[in-house]
Design a protein around this ligand. Structure first.
Ligand code: SF4
Ligand code: SF4
Length: 154
């Protein structure tokens, strides 16, 4: 489901040279229409090529105005539906709106420990250097032997 920008919500990231959605998109699809000459909406972002959208939703999750939404596929959800994820510090909420007006809301935790509390080297064995120096314990050393003679140039 490719994305589109709601012009009623987008503030153009307050006219920055590079908006948040432009910065995060891995396929460089997001553009800011500075003067309205491209879309008719000045200072609003837009997805310049929805057919090329990876549907990664990085832009949807990061937009500070919640201005980017996912366009439904007709064979997945009825046209006119809406999907809007809202990212919090410890959970993400997916708001689903059906074209008949029914709404559903799913909330999933995205982390269980405090932000910036992870020590990436926690639990690293202190003896790892010594173990690496002992080649007899490595999978490709000591316990296996290969005959490379067949590969030698004659
Ligand atoms: S990140 Fe959101 S508010 Fe900022 S330009 Fe993109 S769509 Fe607009
Ligand atoms: S969903 Fe991903 S690929 Fe598509 S416009 Fe947003 S960031 Fe770019």
């Amino acid at each position: 489901m490719p994305t589109y920008v709601r012009t009623d919500k987008c503030d153009g990231c307050q006219d920055q040279k590079k908006t948040v959605c432009m910065h995060i998109c891995p396929h460089d699809l997001m553009r800011l229409d500075k003067d309205g000459s491209e879309t008719g909406h000045a200072k609003k972002a837009y997805n310049q090529e929805p057919e090329q959208c990876w549907e990664c939703y990085a832009c949807v999750k990061i937009c500070p105005q919640n201005a980017i939404e996912c366009r439904s596929y007709a064979d997945v959800t009825p046209l006119g539906g809406m999907v809007q994820p809202m990212r919090g510090s410890d959970a993400i909420v997916w708001n689903i709106k059906f074209r008949n007006g029914n709404k559903k809301r799913f909330e999933f935790p995205i982390r269980t420990i405090a932000e910036e509390s992870i020590d990436p080297y926690s639990g690293t064995p202190e003896t790892i250097e010594a173990e690496l120096a002992d080649h007899s314990t490595l999978f490709t050393k000591g316990t296996h032997s290969c005959d490379f003679s067949q590969f030698n140039a004659s």
